[in-house]
Design a protein around this ligand. Structure first.
Ligand code: PMP
Length: 382
């Protein structure tokens, strides 16, 4: 497969490049001549399509440490998250849903329409959600049907103690949803103690437009789309077989190279040590709490994120300012604002995120260019 050697890509939290295994799996299907695989058709092409979907389901289930019948394929994490929240809003209209205030917009945005039903719980200044906070809110309201807290924050990489949070939700009779999009597969679903888990293909090196909702107990699955009987009637619509096959292949490949995360963590930590030497006023977010190995999120109040992003891009380096979900806009990080940071710090936040194809030289080159740009910037300000 062609690798773009001109650019250094350090924005895996937005989308990971397609893994060769996923590309191969999809290519096989996309290059079939004179054959349309619709998994609902009875003829042999249809059966072939069904077989591909079920083989992919086995790979996703193995990756998540669950059974095949717990997986509903969706178009991605946004759809999975939407399905869970809508299900609880509709099924329990008199009850509340408790979400953390650093959730992805595919959950947080429900607050705009359902202000009285969707209650935000605030993380601490270090980005962590305390079980006590969930406990207090559940106790005060008394009718919380669902608690939803993400495993790994998409901007900061901060990891929440999901089993402890789920335990508190269960104590109050609520079910628990976890958006594990940014680090799915790091724990078997049993260990997460969550009733619903969201995952997405393109964060793992699979194609965009595929994902899954994993439900712990059969019979409790939310309906994502109404229509035909696909996905046991839980997600209607003709399946995107090539994308599902690519998703399955990406899960298998991710499980096989999970050990590489330790190397990436070392590179990330070394990179942060160098960044501090270059810019002593840098703030590394989440430095003192549990974080995912592949992400570094930092602010330098003296720099504007947009200027740095553009200057880095000119040098062929792709990083990001926190979330990529705001139509290409550079806004102060909402996650940092929720953690109590000032506008200056939230507006100067940048995220470097690594993954399966990252090489040490990518980090070294980024640091060289970063040092050059910071020096240039300080000269301008003198
Ligand atoms: N949740 C989180 C934590 C994410 O990072 C993202 C993607 N940025 C989503 C949900 C939405 O994922 P998708 O693109 O698969 O809809």
């Amino acid at each position: 497969m062609h690798k773009n050697t001109q650019k250094i890509y350090l924005d895996y939290s937005a989308s990971a490049p397609l893994r060769p295994e996923a590309f191969e799996a999809m290519l096989k299907i996309l290059s079939l001549e004179n054959a349309a695989l619709n998994a609902s058709s009875i003829h042999s092409y249809g059966q072939e399509g069904r077989k591909i979907i079920e083989q992919a389901r086995e790979k996703v289930a193995a990756f998540m440490g669950c059974d095949c019948n717990q997986i509903t394929f969706t178009s991605g994490a946004t759809e999975s998250n939407n399905a869970v929240i809508r299900h609880f809003l509709e099924k329990f209209p008199d009850d509340m849903i408790l979400i953390s205030n650093t959730e992805h917009p595919s959950i947080l945005e429900f607050r705009k329409t359902y202000q009285t039903q969707v209650i935000p719980a605030c993380v601490e200044d270090n980005g962590l959600m305390l079980p006590q906070t969930i406990d207090d809110i559940c106790h005060d309201y008394g009718n919380i049907s669902l608690v939803s807290v993400m495993l790994c924050n998409n901007e900061s990489g901060i990891l929440q103690d999901i089993p402890a949070l789920a335990e508190v939700a269960h104590k109050h009779g609520a079910l628990f949803h976890c958006d594990a999009t940014q680090v799915s597969g790091c724990l078997p679903i049993e260990d997460l103690n969550a009733d619903f888990v969201t995952i997405s293909s393109h964060k793992l090196g699979g194609p965009q437009g595929a994902g899954a909702l994993v439900t712990k107990i059969c019979g409790q699955e939310p309906v994502a789309l109404i229509g035909g009987g696909q996905e046991k009637g839980l997600r209607a619509g003709t399946e995107n077989i090539a994308a599902i096959a690519g998703f399955g292949a990406a899960c298998k490949a991710s499980a096989e190279d999970a050990g590489r995360n330790e190397t990436l963590r070392q590179w990330r930590d070394e990179m942060e040590r160098r960044l501090k030497e270059i810019s002593p006023d840098i703030i590394i977010h989440g430095e003192n709490v549990k974080r995912c190995a592949t992400t570094s999120f930092f602010s330098m109040p003296s720099l504007k994120a947009q200027n740095m992003l553009m200057a880095l891009d000119v040098e062929g380096i792709c990083i990001s300012n926190g979330s990529a979900c705001s139509s290409g806009t550079v806004k102060p990080s909402a996650v940092l604002k929720s953690m109590g940071y000032s506008d200056d710090i939230a507006a100067s936040a940048l995220r470097v995120s690594m993954g399966w194809a990252t090489e040490k030289t990518d980090i070294d080159t980024f640091l060289e260019v970063w040092e050059k740009l910071v020096k240039r910037q300080s000269k301008k300000q003198e």
